[in-house]
Write a protein that binds this ligand. Structure first.
Ligand code: HEC
Length: 113
């Protein structure tokens, strides 16, 4: 049921470009693409984040999602398309990838960065 609702929302988002701005569209895409938000791993605006900590042979290790707001469009695209043991595969159109790329490069109006 939840999955169906998510799919419905995504369908709506994909057709929502006409009545919402590019940034709003990209924000929704970033936080809920195909049900798994980039933000849950890469941080609110692509600054990267720690996914988990674990012990390996008594040593504390971090599993991190790298920052993605410092890449070229090509690196960004390649990073999304390549297979990863951690990051899910997304089937995004090039337009969506460009939207996401632009989104992590838009500075929030009221953020200090
Ligand atoms: C489950 C956590 C997770 C989610 C969700 C996730 N990523 Fe990732 N992402 C990673 C990890 C971890 C890596 C590092 C590559 C690896 O370990 O294989 C990565 C790598 C990347 C890279 C390449 C970074 C580089 O330096 O080359 C890009 C670009 C990227 N992700 C974009 C995205 C976008 C856009 C989304 C949403 C559509 C997303 N990711 C969702 C965990 C995630």
């Amino acid at each position: 049921m939840g999955r169906i609702i998510v799919l419905l929302f995504i369908t709506i988002f994909l057709h929502a470009e006409d009545f919402i701005t590019q940034t709003e569209y990209a924000k929704m895409l970033y936080s809920n693409p195909r049900g798994i938000g980039c933000d849950s791993c890469h941080g609110k605006k692509g600054e990267g984040g720690v996914l988990a900590t674990f012990n390996k042979k008594g040593e504390k290790k971090l599993l991190k999602a790298p920052p993605i707001n410092n890449l070229s469009l090509n690196e960004f695209r390649r990073g999304i398309l390549k297979q990863s043991p951690v990051m899910p595969s997304y089937f995004l159109t090039d337009e969506e990838i460009v939207s996401l790329y632009n989104y992590v490069h838009v500075k929030d109006q009221n953020s200090s960065k």
